[in-house]
Write a protein that binds this ligand. Structure first.
Ligand code: HEM
Length: 397
């Protein structure tokens, strides 16, 4: 087997994992030791097989993992970290709120928020940071409005949610998490516990109120209710921010694709899928074996964590012709960037809509949009699993 390298806690690996993926997709899953044995799966067939088989590969985290016990869900079941029948019960509570139809109704409001942010960039002119001026504020505003949280607090809980993601990324799952992570978890949970109490006294038409009603109908216990709200905030925030950031970078580095999209904005649907395939916001996820199992020719023991390298699978040449090419007209494009199977991303319609509105608004408004300095080094946030830029300097003049 060829020499390979995989270390999600190595900043250099995280900055550009793609050369390592090229080696990883050439072989069956491998066992590695990071103080504990883990398996990694990179080939498209292996990653898709695990995501589609919740009987052999559970999404439930072992209860003794510090990061599960002391993390933002405090060990409570969430749809992301459960199997049927719990997963079915939890997902059913919100599935109607995230259908493409219901999400499309948010289009006018998302366009309005995006237009306000783009106006701000236009007014200041010259050079700007795409991440802080558009990619951060748009998703946090949209998800907070869906949850029904007052606008004054967005900045604050964006900070906490960033600190939770960054803290989780620095820690190996079997280590005790650092104090700043625990502090951000406590603040985030305390804040939403209070928001839940407010809805109990005065329900509204927002998602938190709907979940409080589900709790009152006994479809959700108190711990699950709080974890549910925190999951929606965390899942809806950073991912979409990174879609906009990674997407603008890929377009700016492939000017002929950018010009094509500018000329034919209706290609945006395919462009979003290609961004998620080519440099997706979610590079990986995890499952645990429920029994000894053969995966793609590799024998895996029971209870071993499997890191599923979605970003590698999405560049597997066995699945995608010319996988290193960024091509917004790629068709078919059956990437795994939103997962597959029962945990397929609940927020995919929302992420697609926000990404499409944000990117097309920028291209329509700024005919000279480009990187401020194409040779400047890029800086990434600290997570391997959630890949995103901490800043992206661009110019409009
Ligand atoms: C481009 C942006 C996004 C990407 C790339 C993305 C990616 C993913 C992936 C890969 C999964 C599956 C994880 C697994 O199987 O372990 C997932 C699940 C999930 N996503 Fe997203 N996501 C995005 C945006 C959103 C948004 C905006 C929301 C809004 C609420 C959201 C909510 C969720 C939830 C709740 C789950 C768990 C679903 C389940 O377990 O049944 N995501 N997402």
């Amino acid at each position: 087997m060829a020499e390979f390298y995989f270390n999600p806690w190595d900043p250099q690996f995280r900055a550009d994992p793609y050369p390592a993926y090229r080696v990883l997709v050439e072989a069956p899953p491998r066992l590695m030791n990071f103080g504990a044995t883990i398996a990694i799966a990179a080939r498209y067939v292996d990653v898709a097989a695990v995501l589609s088989d919740h009987q052999h590969f559970t999404a439930v985290r072992p209860p003794d993992l510090p990061i599960a016990r002391r993390g933002p869900f405090a060990g409570a079941a969430t749809m992301l970290t459960s199997d049927p029948p719990v997963h079915t019960r939890l997902r059913r509570l919100v599935s109607r709120d995230f259908t493409p139809r219901r999400i499309n109704d948010l289009g006018p409001r998302i366009r309005q928020i995006a237009a306000g942010l783009v106006d701000g960039i236009a007014a200041r002119g010259g050079e700007f940071d795409l991440v802080s001026e558009l990619a951060n504020p748009l998703p946090v505003t949209v998800i907070a409005e869906l949850l029904g949280v007052p606008p004054g607090n967005y900045d604050e809980f964006k900070l906490w949610s960033d600190a939770v993601v960054a803290g989780a990324a620095r820690t190996q799952p079997w280590e005790e998490p650092p104090p700043e992570f625990l502090e951000a978890v406590a603040k985030l949970r305390g804040y939403f516990a209070e928001e839940i109490e407010k809805r109990r006294r005065a329900p509204g038409s927002d998602l938190i109120s709907a979940l409080v009603a589900a709790h009152d109908d006994e479809a959700l216990n108190s711990e699950e209710l709080l974890a549910f709200v925190v999951l929606l905030l965390l899942a809806g925030n950073e991912t979409t921010t990174n879609l906009i950031g990674n997407g603008m970078l890929a377009l700016a580095r492939n000017p002929e694709q950018l010009e094509l999209l500018r000329r034919e904005p209706e290609l945006i649907g395919g462009a979003i899928e290609e961004i998620i395939r080519y440099d997706g916001p979610v590079q990986g996820t995890a499952r645990f074996t429920t029994e000894p199992v053969n995966l793609g020719g590799a024998e895996l023991p029971v209870s071993v964590p499997i890191f599923l390298l979605i970003g590698a699978a999405n560049r597997d040449p066995a699945k995608f012709p010319a996988p290193e090419k960024f091509d917004i007209t790629r068709d078919p494009n059956e990437h795994l960037g939103f997962g597959t199977g029962i945990h397929f991303c609940l927020g995919a319609p929302l992420a697609r809509l926000e990404g499409a509105i944000a990117i097309n608004a920028m291209l329509a408004r700024f005919p000279r949009l480009r990187l401020a300095d194409p040779d400047a080094p890029l800086s990434y946030k600290g997570s391997f699993f959630l890949r995103g830029l901490s800043a992206l300097r661009m110019r409009i003049d």
